[in-house]
Design a protein around this ligand. Structure first.
Ligand SMILES: Cc1cc2nc3c(=O)[nH]c(=O)nc-3n(C[C@H](O)[C@H](O)[C@H](O)COP(=O)(O)OP(=O)(O)OC[C@H]3O[C@@H](n4cnc5c(N)ncnc54)[C@H](O)[C@@H]3O)c2cc1C
Length: 385
């Protein structure tokens, strides 16, 4: 195998985690191989909601793939008592994953990453100081291997890592917008309380909408009848819709994310937020953090790679954990929490700030000392300060 291609880094998976890591490493002059088992552009089961804070992570323009900008939410509890709240600044944009992910891959290949799509990585083996990645078409050699290969990560299994603490299951369908009863398409629809540890949603795009539900993995079989009911309540004929489901993985402990020079990022590392199911932001954040440590390593700092997990545990984990605790409290207090949100603007303001990146779940947890919270909620004078 003397003519085997050699790379600094080989990345498995072209979701947001893998594609964005490939972009950043290639932009720094590293030799990057990017593998994807599907032919691109590929679909990914996802509601396609991007929180506005993603703009702080991305150094390039994604406006060509934005479907809609969202400035409000209609919220109900057990399909009753719906109310709508608005905000004047962007909180969420919607995208089709096929377009968004492909755009990220294009940015990566423009920077010089070698893309091998329709090429599943079947195996990895150690060869002295390098790794050999094996597909049906070729073998390549790399110094560092990264599993950005999603919730069913092949690489995690291969190196016997299981960083995932809990799973949700997300079930959704994408239907034409005019199949739904009309509503303000600059808002999303959310229903809480109808499913344990989860919620139902409608995310409008230009001509279609993602209508779905996420709930605890253990109760996945209960999601289908619930989604059908939700579709009917939204005015859609559920008869001929195609339902698609996929796990949403969460890491809320300090479980290992690497072995030697093999790393997991994105869903493979349990990136998704427990409360909202948001995984794209965290997949990009993982990629950004790992890129810094890999660049340090190739820049001559042989200790740099060890910093990745420490950075993840310091930056991402507290947020994902805090979100998990908020979610538990919210579900436990569901009817009261709903009334609180309905009758006060403070929780809505906080949610908007988190979506925009002006606040994090872990900062919020620090700030929610009971006396501060009560003051914010009940003292109108103090709002907005
Ligand atoms: C129903 C549902 C709705 C969701 N809605 C949202 C939302 O609105 N907003 C949000 O932020 N998040 C949402 N998520 C979560 C989000 O989809 C994930 O967190 C995100 O896709 C993670 O990105 P990733 O790059 O880690 O992995 P993925 O996007 O899963 O990409 C992994 C890639 O690896 C490839 N791959 C796997 N194995 C191999 C192999 N052996 N060789 C080569 N390639 C391989 C796969 O084909 C895939 O392309 C939702 C999830 C579900 C299930």
């Amino acid at each position: 195998m003397s003519d085997m291609s050699t790379y600094d880094v080989a990345i498995i998976g072209t979701g947001p985690a893998g594609a964005f890591l490939a972009y950043q490493l290639s932009a720094q002059g590293l030799q990057v191989a990017l593998f994807e088992k599907e032919k691109l552009p590929r679909e990914k089961i996802c509601a396609g909601g991007l929180s506005a804070r993603i703009a702080d992570l991305l150094p390039f323009d994604i406006s060509p793939v934005i479907q809609r900008n969202i400035y409000g939410a209609t919220v109900s509890h057990k399909f009753q008592d719906a109310f709508t709240k608005y905000t004047d600044k962007l909180i969420i944009s919607t995208i089709h994953r096929k377009d968004f992910d492909h755009q990220l891959v294009r940015y990566a290949t423009e920077q010089g990453a070698d893309l091998f799509d329709a090429e599943k990585v079947d195996d990895l083996r150690r060869d002295s100081d390098a790794y050999i990645l094996i597909s049906a078409k070729q073998e390549i050699r790399c110094r560092i291997a990264v599993g950005a290969d999603g919730a069913h990560s092949f690489l995690a299994k291969k190196i016997s890592l299981n960083p995932i603490s809990l799973h949700h299951f997300g079930l959704q369908t994408e239907i034409p917008l005019d199949a739904l009863d009309p509503f303000d398409f600059s808002t999303v629809k959310l229903d809480f309380g109808s499913v344990r540890d989860g919620y139902c949603w409608v995310f409008p795009k230009k001509d279609s909408a993602s209508v779905g539900v996420m709930g605890h993995f253990k109760y996945a079989e209960r999601l289908k009848p619930l989604l059908i009911e939700w579709l009917k309540l939204c005015g859609a004929d559920s008869g001929d819709v195609v339902l698609q489901g996929y796990p949403i993985p969460h890491r809320i402990t300090r479980s290992p994310l690497s072995r030697e020079r093999i790393f997991l990022i994105g869903d493979a590392a349990g990136a998704a937020d427990f409360w909202t199911g948001e995984g794209i932001y965290y997949a990009l954040q993982h990629a950004q953090m790992l890129a810094v440590h890999i660049a340090g390593y190739f820049g001559g700092d042989r200790t740099a790679l060890a910093g990745y997990k420490r950075a993840m545990d310091r930056v991402t984990l507290p947020d994902l954990r805090s979100s998990y605790y908020f979610s538990q409290a919210f579900n436990y207090l569901s009817p009261y929490a709903f009334k609180l949100i309905k009758n006060n603007d403070y929780p809505w303001d906080v949610f908007c700030r988190i979506m925009r990146g002006d606040r994090t779940f872990s900062e919020l947890r620090q700030r929610l000392k009971p006396h501060i919270l009560l003051n914010k909620i009940f003292n109108k004078e103090s709002r907005g300060k």
